[in-house]
Ligand binder design. Sequence first.
Ligand code: NAD
Length: 503
Amino acid sequence: MTIAKETAELLAKLGVAREALVGGDLIVKSPVTGEEVAALKTISPADAARSIDAAHKAFQSWRLVPGPKRGELVRLLGEELRIHKAELGRLVSIEVGKIPSEGLGEVQEMIDICDFAVGLSRQLYGLTIATERPGHRMMETWHPLGVVGVISAFNFPVAVWSWNAALALVCGDAVVWKPSEKTPLTALACEAIFARAVKRFGADAPQGLLQVLIGDRAVGEVLVDHPKVPLVSATGSTRMGREVGPRLAKRFARAVLELGGNNAGIVAPSADLDMALRAIAFGAMGTAGQRCTTLRRLFVHESVYDALLPRLKKAYQSVSVGNPLETSSLVGPLIDKAAYEAMQKALTEATAHGGKVTGGTRVENGHPDAYYVHPALVEMPKQVSPVTEETFAPILYVMKYSDFDAVLDEHNAVGAGLSSSIFTRDLQESERFLGVDGSDCGIANVNIGTSGAEIGGAFGGEKETGGGRESGSDAWKAYMRRATNTVNYSKALPLAQGVSFDI
Ligand code: NAD
């Protein structure tokens, strides 16, 4: 069966009509073979604005539904995702080229965040606050915010939507989603799965609670500029964030920016090298280097460099690269030709700066428009460009270090600040790494790699990663508005700070 046929069959099972997949101007290709699998119609800016208005209308009634009841809708969404995990996971593999366990893992992450959000729907707690005035009560309440705009990247085509949508829905918000133009099919599948959950939920779920806008960045811009969207959660490159951030700031809208990473690991003298090796291999080569948390820079202490490097090189030379739908390869394709070219450009520049490259060449598999590569390991004499930039491909730059303070400085000396890790059994080193003058990233790990976060923690990064947090912990607070309320149940009107104003 061709990939196009399998795609149409999967989408039909998930509830997306075949007519939606043909006759449009957005050509969707599977990176697995490079073949066209659909031609979708895109939405015009005017229709996108109308969809946002419809979502706003839905918000006005959804906010009145009690939180725990809103949680029930998300519980049903989680159930539908469990039912359709195999099909949606497979579709992720077709559309992004992820190996099967990662395609399914992405759907599992959606299920996990739904479970988290269901619990959260009964825990949208405010505070009671001590007041200085007698006969008064002061408290903090959290109210639904409005329409939440979600702009997502190609590499986590469905999980990122669910991180945002599950929280937004229990918080009483409506959601308008602009998926990546490279991965619109999985978005249509999610829309259909969500529609099933809404149907089971019944009449209390208003029409239009989720809107999916198929289109490119011009459609994203409508979402960014629309006055009825008080929060935009945008995931993608730092370049995108530089455009989106100021536009949102201009109209005082909230931004959750989840942008590029240039994540590093440190292998200290006391590291368990077996453990480090596995974590490095998965972190740097997994998902073909196309995770925001992919390990891109590795600092290895000089005392263990010669013990680790040959083993790492061996892992690079032996890792299986190939069609994730038909083989048990661990590394699938890059998303497209542009990604391949960016990788080659970075490797050429690294070589010009004294880098010694292992791997990095194209793997031919009979499909001229599919871009498979051997992951590249580059021994660099020091941290210069292109090491300091994120190249969204499997390139790991390895550098030797001798001094712990100096390596912490090097670790933090890049624009991005998403994820980081140290391999050490030295308590002083690990605590320094996690402490105030240690890693400056939003995620800092000990004896675990940089990639593979769980949904329970807040996810996001500092500096050019954008500063946003989504998923677990108290990330939900971005999706609600906070009101401080003071109630006077006394018979007097004492003013704060002892001010007197007697008329
Ligand atoms: P991208 O920036 O090219 O596109 C991301 C999304 O932004 C797409 O939907 C695109 O249409 C939209 N977009 C682009 N410019 C826009 C604009 N001016 N206004 C509105 N929307 C706009 O990113 P990509 O290639 O799809 O994804 C890879 C990048 O995403 C990498 O840099 C990766 O690190 C990052 N990423 C970050 C996280 C995170 O949580 N920090 C997660 C996944 C991916």
